[in-house]
Design a protein around this ligand. Structure first.
Ligand SMILES: Nc1ncnc2c1ncn2[C@@H]1O[C@H](COP(=O)(O)OP(=O)(O)O)[C@@H](O)[C@H]1O
Ligand SMILES: [Mg+2]
Length: 239
């Protein structure tokens, strides 16, 4: 299997007044297409920085970030924006839904960025709501949904334009255990059903058994990298 994501000797240094913060110090990582990877590490280990570089939200100080054969660090801002819209779906800890739009409208909004075909938008929105178990909640506003339901809408929205990669940063960080399990299962199902590559970042070691592979970060480099031949269902996770 060829790698859909390849980070080569990536460093990221943030200037902080007189000093520099070395967020990443020579990170190497290859992710094959369709893999469900958990990036695990304590706060400050460089997880979010890594995700932001893969997602084209930021650029490395040194090194390469190659996605589907293209070094995205070399793209100009306009092409980087296109890259994000076409290839990447983001899921965040605090859901980031638009409060004045219904669940269905939040998903449709993402689709409207790339198509005007009303029928296609409606069909895809309905299919995505069903995929995340919210077929009968499309007309609810975020404030009328539980945290877990909101996060499942966010996941449906991230998947809307059939990205090749979904990047999830502490997606259960704001949820109770049972709700967190439902969200993780929704992500795992979408990974299997749509073949989308998932990179999930967390400090929560209890989530690791869900993954095909667990990469531990420490001080901005890979500390360990283990494959998991028998991923656990989300229902078996506990924290
Ligand atoms: N925009 C920034 N400016 C300065 N320092 C930053 C910035 N973003 C992250 N850092 C620092 O880089 C290191 C890694 O951060 P981060 O990738 O957010 O870690 P994690 O997600 O694992 O908690 C931390 O020391 C953090 O304080
Ligand atoms: Mg983080």
């Amino acid at each position: 299997m060829s790698a859909i994501i390849r980070l080569e000797n990536v460093t990221k240094t943030y200037p902080m007044g007189e000093v520099e913060v070395h967020a990443l110090r020579g990170l190497n990582l290859e992710v094959p297409q369709g893999q469900f990877v958990v990036l695990l590490g304590p706060s400050g280990s460089g997880k979010t920085t890594t995700l932001n570089l893969i997602g084209g939200l930021d650029r490395p100080t040194e090194g390469k970030v190659v996605v589907e054969g293209e070094d995205i660090a070399r793209l100009n801002d306009r092409r980087l924006t296109q890259y994000r819209a076409a290839k990447v779906g983001f899921v965040f800890q605090f859901f980031n839904l638009i409060p004045t739009l219904t669940a269905a409208e939040n998903i449709a909004f993402a689709l409207e960025l790339v198509t005007r075909d009303r029928k296609a938008i409606q069909e895809r929105t309905a299919a995505l709501l069903a995929l995340v178990g919210l077929a009968n909640r499309g007309n609810h506003f975020p404030s009328q949904l539980s945290g877990g339901e909101q996060q499942r809408v966010a996941i449906a929205r991230a998947l809307a334009n059939r990205p090749s990669i979904v990047l999830a940063d502490e997606p259960t960080g704001n949820l109770d255990v049972e709700t967190g399990r439902q969200v993780l299962q929704a992500l795992r199902d979408l990974n299997r059903q749509e073949g989308v590559t998932v990179v999930l970042v967390t400090h929560n070691t209890a989530i690791a058994p869900l993954a095909d592979r667990v990469v531990r970060l420490h001080n901005g480099t890979v500390a360990s990298d283990e494959h998991n031949p028998h991923p656990a269902p989300a229902s078996a996770l506990n924290w």
